[in-house]
Design a protein around this ligand. Structure first.
Ligand code: FER
Length: 281
């Protein structure tokens, strides 16, 4: 909701109210999650949610991230990892506090629908003060340099402190809005690092489609590429542009247009659908 207000305020401030034009293939790729998918079920096993601190080489301080280990976590096993990124109004806590990501995953495990994985929600605002304070739009440049921290410090920390399968076949990157833009920008530029990429309602930090798809042969090596947005989201033109370029260049991907605006029900549904479809390789 906060992100919606910010986004609408900014678009309105620019004298540029959202113009939404839907195309014929702007449809859901999959049915929506069942009612209650994001509500706590007391009776099912719960994953563990921890906040950890790591040394960020690129930012030069200690930064926080949240790590979810699945129910029946076995430290002697090895797990793939999903890195899940937040929006401009959030921090490392946004997927937990606003997205109940742990509840969505606990329920998927209870229903036997999810492969065991570790999920990490880092803080994508790569600057010394990474709280979502003041004019958060002024912090957009810090989202643009998070790739240094993600690749240089976040992933090495996770892979040296948790039992992980440390290769592209077992790393996924996804996020919402600013985090969706980051996932497409960094994920598509680093197909050697990530085999699975998802951009949910990606924001204006998303690179231009021509830049994102400059090397289609590399993108064709991805195991799974997901581009989605709500049909009432003023930012949908960004995702439509990415989908069009991928289609023109013959890069296989999921194009999922959900019903909804720039809001949490859309992103929770994205997580529900995306998480079940990764780590098949
Ligand atoms: C903008 C509109 C929306 C923008 C960022 C956003 C940096 C991000 C929204 C979100 O993360 O929810 O013009 O510029």
């Amino acid at each position: 909701m906060i992100t919606l207000l910010f986004a609408s305020a900014l678009l309105a401030a620019q004298g540029n109210p959202p113009q939404i034009k839907l195309n014929d293939d702007d449809k859901p790729a999959f049915p929506a999650a069942p009612a209650g998918f994001d509500l706590v079920r007391e009776s099912v096993p719960h994953g563990k949610v921890d906040t950890v601190e790591y040394d960020s080489k690129s930012v030069g301080n200690k930064r926080k991230m949240i790590v979810y280990t699945p129910p029946n976590y076995d430290p002697s096993a090895k797990y793939p990892v999903l890195y899940l990124l937040h929006g401009i109004g959030g921090t490392e806590r946004e997927w937990l506090d606003s997205g109940s990501f742990n509840v969505v995953l606990d329920n998927l495990y209870a229903d036997g629908k999810l492969k065991p994985m570790i999920v990490v929600t880092p803080n994508g605002r790569a600057q010394a003060n990474d709280r979502a304070e003041g004019n958060v739009f002024a912090t957009a440049p810090a989202f643009g340099v998070f790739d240094k921290d993600l690749l240089g410090s976040v992933i090495p920390y996770i892979e040296s402190h948790y039992p992980t399968l440390a290769d592209r076949d077992h790393r996924a990157l996804a996020g919402l809005s600013m985090g969706g833009g980051q996932s497409l920008d960094f994920g598509l530029a680093n197909t050697d690092v990530f085999g699975y990429v998802g951009g949910f309602s990606s924001a204006p930090n998303t690179f231009a489609p021509e830049k994102l798809t400059a090397n289609p042969e590399k993108l064709k090596t991805l195991h799974f590429l997901w581009v989605s947005c709500g049909d009432q989201d003023g930012l949908i033109g960004i995702s439509q542009g990415v989908h069009k370029a991928l289609k023109e260049k013959g890069v296989k991907h999921i194009w999922h247009v959900d019903s909804g605006a720039h809001t949490w029900p859309v992103w929770k549904n994205d997580l529900y659908l995306f998480s079940q479809r990764i780590f098949g390789k």
